[in-house]
Design a protein around this ligand. Structure first.
Ligand SMILES: Cc1cc2nc3c(=O)[nH]c(=O)nc-3n(C[C@H](O)[C@H](O)[C@H](O)COP(=O)(O)OP(=O)(O)OC[C@H]3O[C@@H](n4cnc5c(N)ncnc54)[C@H](O)[C@@H]3O)c2cc1C
Length: 344
């Protein structure tokens, strides 16, 4: 079927006024074929513009449709449908986690977006015991995983700093934070995956079973299949955490100290370094690590626009070890606060 006059008009306006969104005129045949698919969830065809955005705000590709999957089978049916259109078809499909990509990785120009956060099929299942783990949906946010596992006194071994990211989104990359020096990135702390492959088949894989698929999908940028469930390794959550941050103006001292700390035998439980471009508003940025009420920081941030470096460390401890922690803190260059993580 030929594109309508309205669609030509949209394209003309886009070229004439130089919009940043890349609009693909939806192929009517594609839309009709998706209407015929039987899914437990539903497809959106009109209100799809939010799926043409991501955190980076650099690329914007309008999809033809968004699938809100009601089941893993919905994802398999949709991917199989795209596969069966054959190698000459230009129809693409992409999973979308929380849309925190920077360059359109979770978008599909004129294609189908699978909104993973809609996949709320099975409740999260926490298994305690000698090697505890949680089974969670690929579209689950890490912050929800933390809240659920805390109920059992457990927490994932490896984190990202920012927790409003999905399991599938970070396991397709790496998932790096201050525990990586000890446990490896998040992709090194997965026991099993359920994956919908590019042919629309559903596989369970692990280091022992379908191991090629397992290792390809972890860090595979979504190119080896869609992660619909992951089994994440857990460890006992700490009772208390001492949080210490040290500011540097000299890069060499900063990196030397960081290397010394991550290679030391008795060291912190979390070590991360980051660069601070000293500018207005840094006290209230998304990390919210710095407290404007704190007199130490308030004075140190007046640094004439210099770039600063920060080492952030935490030490886990039990309430009965509080005196030892006071001594340790006194010998540290700086400490900020003591955060109770759970009460029992
Ligand atoms: C504010 C902010 C803080 C960040 N902090 C950290 C950090 O501390 N550590 C770190 O490692 N990274 C961090 N990142 C980067 C982040 O981990 C990646 O951008 C991640 O891909 C975003 O996850 P998402 O759930 O938003 O996925 P999306 O951006 O929606 O998707 C990312 C990619 O994964 C694919 N994908 C999504 N879901 C699935 C799935 N279920 N199966 C297969 N493929 C899938 C998508 O198609 C896309 O290619 C941060 C990003 C931002 C914006």
């Amino acid at each position: 079927m030929k594109p309508s006059v309205l669609q030509y008009l949209k394209l003309f306006l886009l070229f004439a006024f130089g919009g940043v969104t890349t609009v693909h005129v939806p192929d009517q045949d594609v839309l009709a074929s998706l209407h015929k698919l039987h899914v437990d969830g539903h497809f959106s065809f009109s209100d799809v513009s939010t799926a043409a955005q991501d955190f980076g705000n650099l690329s914007s590709f309008m999809p033809a449709a968004v699938l809100h999957p009601g089941s893993v089978d919905d994802i398999a049916t949709t991917v199989r449908h795209v596969f069966l259109r054959g190698e000459h078809s230009t129809l693409t499909v992409a999973a979308r986690g929380h849309g925190h990509s920077l360059r359109g990785q979770c978008q599909a120009a004129g294609g189908i977006i699978i909104k993973m956060e809609s996949l709320q099929t099975a409740r999260m299942q926490v298994h305690s015991g000698a090697s505890p783990y949680v089974d969670a949906s690929g579209g689950e946010l890490w912050i929800n995983v933390l809240h659920e596992t805390f109920k059992y006194g457990l927490a994932p071994k490896s984190w990202t700093d920012y927790l409003h990211l999905t399991i599938g989104g970070t396991l397709s990359n790496a998932g790096v934070s201050g525990q990586t020096f000890r446990h490896g990135p998040q992709i090194s702390n997965v026991k099993e995956l359920e994956i919908v492959t590019g042919r629309g088949d559903i596989f369970t894989c692990s280091p022992e079973k379908n191991s090629d698929l397992f290792h390809a999908a972890l860090g595979g940028l979504g190119q080896f299949g869609i992660i619909t469930r992951a089994r994440i390794a857990l460890e006992p959550a700490p009772n208390m955490v001492r949080w210490i941050r040290v500011l540097y103006s000299d890069f060499t001292s900063f990196t030397e100290d960081q290397e010394m700390l991550i290679s030391a035998e008795r060291t912190f439980d979390y070590i991360e370094g980051f660069v601070i471009i000293n500018r207005t508003g840094i006290l209230n940025n998304w990390r919210s690590s710095f407290n404007p009420q704190d007199p130490v920081w308030a004075s140190q941030f007046e640094s004439d626009g210099r770039v600063l470096f920060c080492l952030e460390m935490t030490k886990n401890y039990n309430p009965d070890e509080a005196d030892n922690m006071e001594q340790m803190s006194a010998t540290s260059s700086s400490w900020i606060g003591c955060i109770p993580l759970r009460s029992n």
